[in-house]
Design a protein around this ligand. Sequence first.
Ligand code: SF4
Length: 370
Amino acid sequence: MVSARGDDKSMPKEAITNASQRNKFRLEKVQELSSTIETVYLAKPRGFCAGVVMAIKAVEDHATAMDQNGEDHLTVYHAIVHNDSVVQRLEAEHNVAFVEDLDQIQATVKDGMSDTVVFSAHGISPTVRTQAKQRGLSVVDATCPLVTKVHTEAKRYAALGYHILLIGDSTKHQEVIGTRGEAPSSTTVVSVVGNIKHDNALADPRTVEVPDPTKVAVLTQTTLNIDDVQQTVELLRTRFPDLTIPKADDLCYATKNRQDAIRAIAPDVDLFLIVTSDYSSNGMRLLEVAESICGNAKRVDRVEDIESAWLTGVRSIGISSAASTPEYLVDEIINLFRNGNPDLKVIENGEWENIKFREPKRVLPSEQRA
Ligand code: SF4
């Protein structure tokens, strides 16, 4: 079976055994070396945001309901959130299929219920919505409301005749594709200042051209680095003095809070571990923030990725995780360090968030807007 990222999961049994053995030895070595770690500082908040909780629950609940009704399995368009372990668990426990193209779904109407597709937390372009309706699919739209807010702004500015400069970290990121899709002929995706390395297709904010410099609006992907966005908006303002900016910031609360929590800890640690998949935009920005302050930040998908060489001379470690990373992946790391040093101090300051988003309902093709 091919996962949402296109990885081939069919590995020979012998190779799996060898890989497990290697992981075991590596973990034992890391545990041994972690005896010198005295303190772990846990960033708070970290991990799941309200949008991710809502999206995962929507998949679980609808998959369970469909199973109980004897309907076919549920399909999700794109990874529901950008974390491999979440995607793999939903595949294994709920028989959910992930697709990158709606053509992969066979719409079959049974007892008035057609095949159902879930739109991921990152949102979709209107083209995908139209395709779903044309294919007769029922839809569960798990787009995060904070992404929907940016879509609404894009539609509004385009209708008012503005050219939109959408600050994003990649033209291939699902959220950027979705937002740009609201007004493709009126939108240019620009990089943050000094950082166009992620994607050569991003326009450079220092040189980007627009049809009318007096009618320019700026929008932002929700998960970028706060400082980078501020610098970029300032630069764009000097180039386009009439630049229009939405009243409420597009960077989401979860992005800001997780970056702020890292800033509070990073000056005090020798090493910072960020638990995230490498295709999570918010997770990779956390890595950049931690690296910019402590100068020694590493990304891990899970505990097995920690390298023993990283721990040489390390007495204090900061840990945070992306808005799509399940907490058990952080727990596994702390447990390993605790096994290495039973006197390990775990310090966790800060506040958890108390935000919830309503779970989306299933909408039949006849109920979908054109
Ligand atoms: Fe929504 Fe922000 Fe979470 Fe993305 S990171 S799902 S925009 S709350």
